[in-house]
Design a protein around this ligand. Sequence first.
Ligand code: PLP
Length: 284
Amino acid sequence: MQDLGGIFMRVYINDRWVDGDDVRVSATDRGFMYGEGVYESLRTYTKRIFAPRQHYERLKRSAEIMRLPFHMSFEKFRNILYEGINDLEQDCTIRIMLTAGDGEKPNLFVYIMELQSPNEDLYTYGVNVGISRYRKIPRISLPPILKTNSQAHLRLARQEKEEFYEIIFLNHEGFVAEGSMSNVFLVENGTVVTPSLETGILDGITRNVVMELAKSLGIVLEEKTIDVDELFNCSEIFLTRTSAEIIPVKRIENRVLFENEPGGITSLLMENFRPHIFNEQSLW
Ligand code: PLP
């Protein structure tokens, strides 16, 4: 196992696992020069990879949109990932990146890293979230389903709101879209609401799982366009993403949502998240 600064543990490039000290990439890879690449981030739960099929399908879709050849079967994809994590005791983040390479032949990278999930305290005390003055790139310019390496707007937004754990972007029409790395949910009068895909957001895998979970618990759920005011009038807000599951929001800008513990619906969903995913065959 390679220890690359305590974060990277192992890297696969194109067709083999490479020694961490020996990683060489072409200086002319268009992924690095122009951000022409797509990626996915997965996580493991005690040596089991969460939602590999869903991440594979999304990677394939991103690759198709960017016209990057990606002909690997799901079985091969899954085998490579399991090869990478098999002998590791701890949970990992697996980042897969397909770059445009020299323009003719793409490069595939698989990074195995220590799991980058939030500190346990954040689930109890919640996180602070800001609203970015930068807007999401309109879907007519960049399909939101594309998970691309070109993320300059996220860096700008994070620099502006450094004190916040996450930043919520509005779309070009001013409706609530999503965070820089997560999907957003609100609770309004007992109903869970989340921006619809038409708002121009990523079709998050955890978002879909949480919507299924909410339905199975009999919670009313609605996908819709959400006005900024709703962030300041709703009773609960939470974020979802693969590596962090469900994270309660304590404060949005200057508005505090809870003092002691996350709201009832957020807590109910958090408690039931793992039992639900471990029971759902299609996620493994
Ligand atoms: N929205 C954005 C912009 C993201 O980058 C991510 C995760 O990387 C998500 C939402 C959450 O998606 P998922 O639940 O598939 O991890």
